[in-house]
Design a protein around this ligand. Sequence first.
Ligand SMILES: [Zn+2]
Length: 187
Amino acid sequence: MGDSYRLPRIVLEASSSKTWDAAISEWHVTGCRDNGDASGDCLCGHEGIRYEFTIKNSVNGNELSPIGSTCILKFENDELKNEVEGWRAAIKLLEALEARRPDVRLDGMNRDLFSRCLYAFLYEKGAFPPNRYNGYDGRNDYEFMVDMFNKRTAPTEKQRAKMYMVLNKSIFPWLVLFGRELREMRL
Ligand SMILES: [Zn+2]
């Protein structure tokens, strides 16, 4: 990052810590907006971003927005990287869900679309609500889906049926709302 790259300076100035490593660890991704046509400008001056991320400082409450996902990845902070990857994976799954292409599997196992990172993101964001099928604890569904994803053998019919239900009754409806939230602020 050269002197002309101003985003690190902006982040540092809005942080409580004054060293980069400590400062960057204060920040978390709290939101994202889809402007629909790559018409956004990142705080760094980078033009043409479509997904405008917001990061928030957990120490002083400062917010910075809009920031492009590739710019956040340049901070080289693992936690922020995971957060951005979670958002990106959820957006990718949402787009696949909306496209409804018959050749794209939305079965919870397709490694092009599903990952442990995505499931962790979905769980953290509340995509596994409590209901009578999971004993009123969404964590059971989250752990079940990760177990199935990690399995080396094919799921049984019963497991398949349960995955289908978690996908269609919890994850996909949540994603539709997530998509509405991403886009509702479009001008
Ligand atoms: Zn940028």
